[in-house]
Design a protein around this ligand. Sequence first.
Ligand code: GCO
Ligand code: MG
Length: 420
Amino acid sequence: MKITEVRVIVTCPTRNYVVVKILTDEPGLYGVGDATLNGRELAVATALKEHIAPLLIGRDPDRIEDIWQMLFRGPYWRGGPVQMTALAGIDIALWDIKGKRAGMPVYSLLGGKTRDGVLAYTHAGGSDFNEVEDDVRRKIAAGFKVVRCQVAIPGNAGTYGTGGGAEAASATWREQPGNSHSGRSAWGDGGPMPMVETWEPAPYLRTIPRLFAHLRDQLGDEIELFHDVHERLTPIQAARLAKELEPYHLFFLEDCLRPEHKESFRLIRNHSTTPLAMGELFHSRWDCVPLLTEQLIDFIRCDLGHIGGITEAQKIAHIAETFYVQTAWHGPGDIGPAMHAANVHLDFATANFGIQEMVSFPAQVHEVLPGAPTFERGYLQVSDKPGLGTDVNEEAAAKYPYERAYLPMTRRADGSMMDW
Ligand code: GCO
Ligand code: MG
């Protein structure tokens, strides 16, 4: 069997997705992967079309590990988000082909089911504590057992993730002259620019423990709650937050520090027993290893779409298992249904699976990219069809051409740059 074509489809059914379709010389046998990198979609599409596709034509799609090694080590230049997202798109499509060829769902090829359903979480948010509480109640009524909670911070305009839905939290903003939450213009030339938010640590650190005090008071202890810091704190600020949140028993505290700060997790650990999760900005198993071997985190939550796909994630899961760390793969709206399906196939086959982030895709995404995992009573399921069970409708994709879009940016009150 040989790869005959690598098709790269960029489509915007409400937001941009990069889809990889690998065709083979076996009539009707193809695989579908996702290679979406929010805000840098065309960089990945170009890497795939210009640099990677020509290397794959004529190769045996069965040799996933060898192709992975070739695309990772072959170019000499290692990793980074663009290359690892492109590699993930190829990896996912190859696993889809392998499953279809074997007549088995991918979770079977990865070792078989270790559980009957995949515990999932969603997002709740609001502009004040009561709005967050109401949103959590709605999510509980919809069947969720675990909910991430974000709230607007008094004095911080456009605080990340207050929109509620996971889609809103991971939204990109289409280019719009003067589009700025704070009224601050990043470039000042009136040209296309991302939304710019304002953020200060002091009001944030005061507000978040009070939010969870309110939620525990109103909602009791049974519902699992947690919070995403989104890489905005310094090590000592993160240690303070983790310590002050201890009484509210969070499921985990997500991404406290920037991805470069691995050794600083020691400081947080020394001060608190709040479980810690980290990883959506990591690009390889080597980013994870220091946190795993020292047991500095409790949940590893890389994005399969940005670390090279199932092949790399399964290796990370196995290293994590050795150190009693559980998986919680990133599952926002800015990765496509094929990657969400890959998450859930791997979750099923992972003994040390912890939890899965999920989104409900809008109708246009289902039309273009059918087969996303389904949610019922707190758990996700995937199709038992051979492969990953997702597809791409190329005619429908053509109806929604690419639209340039950026992630928001954040600045401190004095105008200096902050991490979004
Ligand atoms: C999450 C994330 C996302 C990211 C988004 C960036 O936990 O789901 O933090 O919302 O911000 O994926 O593109
Ligand atoms: Mg996050």
